[in-house]
Design a protein. Structure first.
Length: 54
């Protein structure tokens, strides 16, 4: 069962950018691209927002 997608941190431009790309990939039917964006967002959260659950 897939995990819940990571949630962007309010006020973070990089989080917002990755979330917007993820939404665009989803709307285009690009599930691989959507998954890639989830990975990038999780990595960003871990590197830049310590303590935030990815």
């Amino acid at each position: 069962m897939p995990s819940d997608p990571p949630k962007p941190v309010d006020g973070c431009e990089k989080c917002a950018e990755l979330a917007a790309k993820r939404t665009a990939r989803f709307q285009a039917g690009d599930r691989s691209g959507e998954s890639d964006c989830n990975v990038y967002l999780r990595r960003h959260l871990a590197a830049s927002h310590a303590g935030v659950r990815a």
